[in-house]
Design a protein around this ligand. Sequence first.
Ligand code: FA5
Length: 344
Amino acid sequence: MIPIIAEIERVKQAFMTALEAATTHQALEQVRLLFLSRQGELAALMAQLKELSVEQKRQAGPALNELRSLFQVAFDARQKLVADLAMRGEQEQAASFDVTAVRSVARRGSIHIYTQIIEKLEDIFISMGYSVVEGPEVETEFYNFDALNIPANHPARDAHDTFWLTIPSLLLRTHTSPVQIRALEKQEFPLAICAPGRVYRNEATDASHNFMFTQIEGLFIDKHVSMANLIATVETFLQAVFEKKDLKVRARPSYFPFVEPGIEIDCSCPFCAAGCSICKKTGWIELMGAGLVHPNVLKSCGIDPEIYSGFAFGLGIDRLAMMKYGINDIRLFQSPKIGFLEQF
Ligand code: FA5
């Protein structure tokens, strides 16, 4: 037997084995490339034919023709089978496709409660003719204390447990009041600004105290500004905050070094008519510190207190939000608990 006949037999076996193993279109394409393409095994055998003698060609020619038709027939049959398999697979998949199944969708984020409330408070201030300004969270001792009439050794500094930086005279601001000074320095009157932002106090935390929280400050300066202007402004502001037109405010004497007189402002409880757990059955809620800007503060900014006067007030946004939404732990605002955050 001439060697090419044995070679034809080997290629035939290899082809049939590879064909039977092919169950996908991709696998079938590999078989075609390996055996039927121009660089494939069949073409290589055909190329050998012209090297053979006439006698050998007489034996090998028909064997190779037979091999070629076998390849074609077997390949076509397998191609049909693979196509059928693929179609059946798709049909089975389609049959088991549940059009009613719930698709898991990507979770959507929501705007943080702080941002929502700050934006709402800013809108109210803007509607009253105030502009929104910001100050740095890393502040100097001068802006946070000295210019606000709280010199070194003043007992009021003890109430602001301060995070001092290792760089002398720098600290994390303990309130938004230093923004008052930054605005006053510009000496553009009348001045009406609000200043929201994060503040820091080196305090032990509990359900109503945090070491970082948010405040918003209001400041108005012009000629002949009085306590009556302050009370009326705060009442209008709080009526808008709680969306209650009949909300009332009351003032109690208090002390903040940067205002004189200083007051605490309470508002009538917006959540009940006859006493609830939020107002501790008193009908009033303590909301903010306020007062007429101290002449020393105006002077420290080069403003003549004989000509200009004004008022300032500041409130804690976290505690406001806690009341409004019935949140019982201030630390939740800064927690990564998705369940809490996505309620807003
Ligand atoms: C001040 O910070 C003054 N700068 C407010 C002010 C502005 C008075 C303008 C007069 C004129 P006080 O220390 O009371 O004041 O803080 C204001 C509010 O911040 C409080 O009413 C409270 O709501 C909130 N607050 C204070 N400490 C904390 C704390 N540790 N955690 C959460 N909220 C706090």
